[in-house]
Ligand binder design. Structure first.
Ligand code: HEC
Length: 455
């Protein structure tokens, strides 16, 4: 211990003696006492050995060499990853540091990132090795030991049968990556018959989706000569599939640092008999030897039919077109509420050219409110934004989703600014999709689900 530390310590004791229970001396923050609690709470879910982030922040020795980068990342709000504009909406899963926490980390780094007394460390966080929600009732995996080869990022789709002979209500779903070092994120979708659903949802004059889609193996994209409707909200937008109504889908997601999907109390999701699950897995770029992965999802059964069905609407604009080089192409999609609904969360989904996205609500009386704005969309972080207070939306209201795409060479993620881009599954093509979780108001009994096989 250096002399200065000793005298500080002595001074501290003295002050402590003189002032008894008064506040501690204003010594600078230390890792053990002030910084570790913040890291434990906000960083180590990803920054720990064998997890997605490049270094561990669990202990002083591992964190110390990164001190300056840590200061930068928290002062510039790059970490923890979160992209909602703080001026609009409050979100239950907002991990942002408070101004005080940022100041603590900054002051700590600027004071030379001292360790302090290890006895001040809070209890080390516990990580569950295995299912965080306990043993699932049913486990379904991707059906193969998938080999991830070094080189590029990869998106893989695995469609597997549930072999359910009767439908099931589930109260939670936990995705377990088979190999944490390569799995960046995972979505598990319920595969229903898209085309059939679209026919049901379509109006009499709507052409069928099959007319516009090209399937190449497991992936689809829209025909280059399909009509273009970048403004899906324009009054004269024709009835095109995916520009009217909404599609239902989506079961669970795994994202770095995100807890498993436990559905709100009293709600459940329905898996119909014979359903298939589609795993969409983003494998991060690796170097070195090939790795294998066998990701799975654990399903937790609800005791019976829920009070409320947790629903998800998927809003998409399939008819976008982003000209080569365009720095900020706008694409819109609207949804007119046919009944009252309680909105719970938003998950925007675009690809490499996605730039920003805004969700705005217009009431029948014409007042407008921004529910969520993501000013700097980042394809690497497919975040869900859960409203702190669910939003009751009245019938006749309109949700206006406005996105911009940067197809210019200034976008560092742009794979090829010389291409005109249309909708497609591949990351090099684009999407404009929003997943919105909601409940019907008043609660509607799960009629459709019951008809399709529930007991
Ligand atoms: C949800 C997972 C996650 C959380 C939570 C998280 N990080 Fe990170 N962090 C990452 C990943 C992944 C990378 C590497 C890729 C990147 O930079 O996006 C990274 C990179 C970093 C870097 C190096 C690159 C840079 O941008 O400066 C620093 C420093 C950092 N994180 C600090 C923190 C701190 C401090 C916290 C908590 C306050 C934190 N992170 C929370 C996942 C996370």
């Amino acid at each position: 211990m250096r002399l200065r530390d000793l005298s500080l310590l002595a001074a501290g004791r003295l002050v402590g003696l003189v002032l008894m229970a008064s506040t501690a001396p204003a010594a600078g923050p230390t890792f053990s006492k002030h910084v570790a609690p913040i890291f434990y709470k906000r960083c180590v879910a990803c920054h720990r050995p064998r997890d997605i982030a490049p270094m561990s922040l669990l202990d002083y020795k591992s964190a110390r060499p990164w001190a300056k980068a840590i200061r930068e990342s928290v002062v510039k709000k790059r970490m923890p990853p979160w992209f909602a504009d703080p001026h609009h909406g409050r979100f239950a899963n907002d991990p942002s540091l408070t101004a005080e926490e940022v100041a603590t980390i900054r002051d700590w780094v600027e004071a030379g990132a001292p360790e302090g007394d290890p006895r001040d460390l809070p209890p080390a966080p516990k990580f569950v090795d295995g299912w965080a929600l306990g043993k699932p009732d049913i486990v379904i995996d991707i059906g193969e030991d998938h080999v991830v080869t070094p080189g590029e990022d990869a998106y893989e789709h695995f469609v597997v049968p549930t072999n359910f002979t009767e439908g099931k209500w589930i109260r939670a779903a936990e995705i377990r990556p088979g190999n944490r070092q390569v799995v960046h994120h995972v979505h598990v979708l319920l595969v229903t018959d898209d085309l059939k659903m679209m026919e049901v949802a379509s109006t009499k004059n709507m052409p069928s989706l099959a007319q516009y889609l090209i399937r190449e193996g497991k992936l689809s994209r829209i025909r280059p000569d399909a009509p273009v409707w970048n403004d899906g909200c324009a009054p004269d937008t024709p009835d095109l599939p995916f520009l009217r109504g909404a599609q239902e889908g989506g079961l669970a997601a795994f994202l770095p640092g995100r807890p498993p999907d436990v559905f709100p109390e009293g709600t459940a999701k329905w898996i119909p008999p014979g359903a298939k699950l589609e795993f969409v897995i983003h494998y991060a770029r690796i170097s070195g030897a090939p790795q294998t992965d066998r990701t799975s999802v654990g399903l937790y059964l609800a005791p019976g039919p829920p009070k409320q069905v947790l629903r998800r609407m998927d809003l998409r604009n399939f008819f976008l077109r982003i000209p080569a080089g365009a720095p900020s192409q706008q694409v819109r999609r609207c949804y007119d509420f046919e009944q009252d609904k309680l909105l719970l969360s938003f998950t925007p989904h675009m690809h490499y050219r996605g730039k920003d996205i805004t969700y705005e609500l217009e009431t029948p009386e014409g007042s407008r409110e921004i529910l969520l704005r993501v000013p700097r969309y980042d394809f690497n972080w497919q975040l869900v934004y859960r409203l702190q207070e669910p939003k009751l939306v009245k019938k006749g209201s309109r949700l206006i989703v406005t996105a911009h795409y940067d197809n210019s060479p200034n976008n560092p993620f742009n794979p090829d600014p010389s291409q005109t881009i249309r909708w497609g599954d591949k990351s090099e093509e684009e999407m404009m999709t929003s997943w919105i979780e909601y409940l019907d108001v008043p609660s509607s009994p799960p009629l459709r689900a019951q008809r399709s096989g529930a007991r």
